[in-house]
Design a binder for this molecule. Structure first.
Ligand code: FAD
Length: 486
């Protein structure tokens, strides 16, 4: 094993001295809103479109903040359109808008199919049982002897993030060459990603495996040489071949033998379904009445791991934020670095951090006057059980997160169908409905003059004046309303 491997053992992710964190991953992705906005302001759409597929290209690195609700898609695109030059005239077909569309599309599929996305959506190249149920140790320890794979795993563990192209390579290698079931790969990868999102992750794996698309994603050593730095290049490995050969391998039940397993691998960071002690969460079970006492008669904002952004506009001014991890909502284990990332963002919002079962939460919240949360698909049905209606039960508000694209009611089996429906009739990105709701207010990030508005007069199309349409909720046509009262 290589000495100094990041996240080695339990020494990782220490949150002490006011959340100072000794983690390489958090040096890259700091758990602060202004760090997210700093990245956002650095986005260069033209360079992004040119170089996004290169490992050293101008990808945004925004995904951990987007997954955890620190930045919404309208905030991201709004800030980009407020950039210099003719950024405001970005076409809706621009590569960056398109990639944001992939995220929205995967959410669309998960909203429609629910838990069914955790199973193969349709048969792939081989029957499910032809694939192994576990990711092999040589891959987990980055000692396959195939440089592109070992580098990807090292990079994943070191940063808690992986470039999209590297995710594709890793998934394709595991499924089509090593014959690992896509679900095993997806469950393993998501635990190590700071941006781990069930819809984007599991559906991307299905896309690679051809259980969610109609052809497998395959790659060879030439592709790696074109898009990755030299240390990733993999000449002389089984990837050093043509696509016809790779396709034949993918359709064969036999797994590719390990090339030359090396001994100098890395230790896989541990993952857990509960926050580690150093993340500073108090177990509700250890202090059963304390939180209920603190919240008695108060308006409560339940700050869960997927809504770590700005306060919902409709929140009562005095609402007290409470950082909430609800055990039933964490079927996937996360590495300590992700727990630390979430804890840091909760701390920034002034939210004391608690964790417990849905039953513990139900007991703790019953004394509150009202409970608010921002919806997310990760919440699932378990959240419904938190506050059973009844005499004296607190009022229960679920706020919709801001959406960038118009809702598509048809069940779209392919991204292209969804994209056509979501962008029909639009030429400029500024015409997307979600921008009318948030763009003018937040285009410059936190603490900016909110009079800074998109120069809409430069943009042709239905949104003639940002201010005129901004107050209305484009999804419901109810002015300013994003609130659902259950
Ligand atoms: C096997 C596999 C697993 C993945 N797992 C996840 C995951 O758990 N969480 C996650 O957010 N993304 C996932 N992706 C999608 C994509 O790889 C990441 O969103 C992207 O690499 C994040 O880096 P970035 O912010 O620099 O992306 P950028 O290229 O800068 O894109 C900007 C934003 O657009 C969205 N986006 C870009 N590409 C995609 C895409 N292909 N699919 C969905 N959204 C996209 C993301 O929100 C991203 O932050 C996965 C892709 C693959 C192939």
């Amino acid at each position: 094993m290589t000495p100094g491997t990041p996240d080695r053992g339990l020494g990782m992710g220490t949150l002490d001295m006011g959340m100072s964190v000794r983690l390489e991953s958090l040096r890259h992705f700091e758990p602060r809103r202004d760090a997210a906005w700093q990245r956002l302001r650095a986005v260069q759409p033209a360079a992004y479109a040119r170089s996004r597929n290169h490992l050293d290209g101008a990808a945004t690195g925004l995904s951990p903040y987007i997954t955890h609700g620190v930045l919404s898609l309208p905030e991201v695109l709004g800030a980009v359109l407020a950039g210099p030059g003719d950024a405001a005239r970005l076409e809706v077909q621009h590569k960056l808008v398109y990639e944001l569309g992939w995220r929205a599309y995967f959410q669309h599929v998960r909203a429609r199919r629910g838990e069914a996305i955790l199973q193969s959506l349709h048969p792939g190249l081989l029957p499910d049982e032809a694939y192994a149920p576990q990711v092999p140790d040589d891959v987990r320890q980055a000692r396959t002897g195939v440089p592109v794979i070992d580098q990807a795993v090292r990079s994943l563990y070191a940063c808690g993030h992986l470039h999209n192209h590297a995710r594709l390579w890793l998934a394709s290698y595991l499924v089509h060459l090593r014959k690992v079931h896509w679900r095993a790969g997806a469950d393993w990868l998501i635990g190590h990603l700071l941006d781990g999102d069930v819809a984007s992750n599991h559906l991307s794996w299905q896309w690679v495996a051809a259980t969610g698309s109609h052809k497998p994603y395959l790659f060879n050593a030439d592709n790696v040489a074109r898009f990755a730095p030299p240390s990733w290049h993999s000449p002389g490995t089984p990837l050093d071949t043509d696509y016809a050969t790779l396709e034949a391998v993918a359709r064969d039940r036999a797994a590719m033998p390990v090339v030359a397993p090396t001994d100098d691998g890395v230790i896989e960071p541990p993952c857990s379904r509960r926050p580690p002690p150093q993340a500073g969460f108090t177990a509700l079970a250890d202090a059963p009445d304390r939180l209920a006492g603190d919240l008695a008669g108060r308006d409560v904002w339940l700050v869960h791991p997927w809504s770590l952004g700005r306060r919902p506009e409709a929140l009562p001014a005095q609402a007290v934020p409470v950082g909430a991890v609800i055990d039933e909502l964490h079927p996937q284990a996360w590495r300590d670095a992700r727990w630390a990332f979430v804890a840091g963002l909760m701390e920034e919002l002034g939210a004391a951090r608690w964790h417990g079962s849905a039953a513990d939460w139900s007991a703790a919240l019953r004394t509150a006057r009202s409970v608010h949360l921002v919806d997310d698909l990760h919440l699932g049905p378990a959240v419904q059980a938190l506050l059973p209606p009844g005499p004296g039960a607190p009022a229960w508000f679920r706020h919709d997160p801001p959406a960038l694209f118009a809702p598509v009611s048809a069940d779209c089996a392919s991204f292209s169908k969804w994209w056509a429906a979501a962008t029909r009739g639009l030429q400029h990105a500024a015409q997307l409905p979600g921008l009318a709701a948030t763009f003018c207010a937040h285009a410059g990030g936190p603490n900016v003059d909110t009079t800074l508005a998109l120069p809409f007069d430069q943009v042709d199309g239905p949104i003639g004046s940002g201010r005129a349409t901004w107050a209305a909720d484009p999804l419901t046509d109810r002015p300013g309303s994003r609130l659902r009262h259950r």
